[in-house]
Design a protein around this ligand. Structure first.
Ligand code: FES
Ligand code: FES
Length: 157
């Protein structure tokens, strides 16, 4: 059975209908067509689906769309400012932190959440904040450098 709900995503209100059991990830990707957030494990393990609810990062694969009604949802598409990349996105590019299209959106969301609550994170702080974002292909060093570079300079976007 479908339920009417308004999802506020990246500052835009979307009146939609979702199933009671439908995840926020499915609603955003399949109903709204915002496909930047990825489905990896679909089981709260990999972080590819991460979105912000307010300032809190959540695994959207394991969060009901109905529960997100009335919350400010931010996806990877909402990090940049118009055509301009957010400082954190630029830093990822500059420091070699951009990895594949599956893990990078979630990494950016987790890093954004960190910088909203900690403007001077240590290397350990960054690694702990990213501990829910898995990648077995490359390394985390470029990402850690990028997050600390933004913290040392301009505020996160
Ligand atoms: S797809 Fe949500 S944590 Fe992996
Ligand atoms: S999962 Fe993206 S580079 Fe490994």
């Amino acid at each position: 059975m479908k339920h009417p709900v308004t999802l506020r995503v990246n500052g835009v209100d979307y009146p939609v209908e979702v199933e009671g059991h439908q995840s926020l990830l499915s609603a955003v990707r399949d109903v709204l067509g915002l496909t930047g957030s990825k489905e990896g494990c679909d089981d709260s393990e990999c972080g590819a689906c991460m979105m912000l609810l307010g300032d809190d990062p959540v695994n959207a694969c394991s969060y009901l769309a109905l529960q997100a009604a009335g919350r400010e949802i931010t996806t990877i598409e909402g990090l940049q400012d118009g055509e301009e990349l957010a400082p954190l996105q630029r830093a990822f590019l500059e420091e070699g932190g951009v990895q594949c299209g599956f893990c990078t959106p979630g990494m950016l969301i987790s890093a954004t959440a960190l910088l909203r609550t900690n403007d001077d994170p240590s290397e350990d702080d960054v690694r702990i904040a990213l501990s829910g974002n898995l990648c077995r292909c490359t390394g985390y060093d470029g990402i850690v450098r990028a997050v600390r570079k933004v913290a040392a300079g301009t505020p996160a976007g």
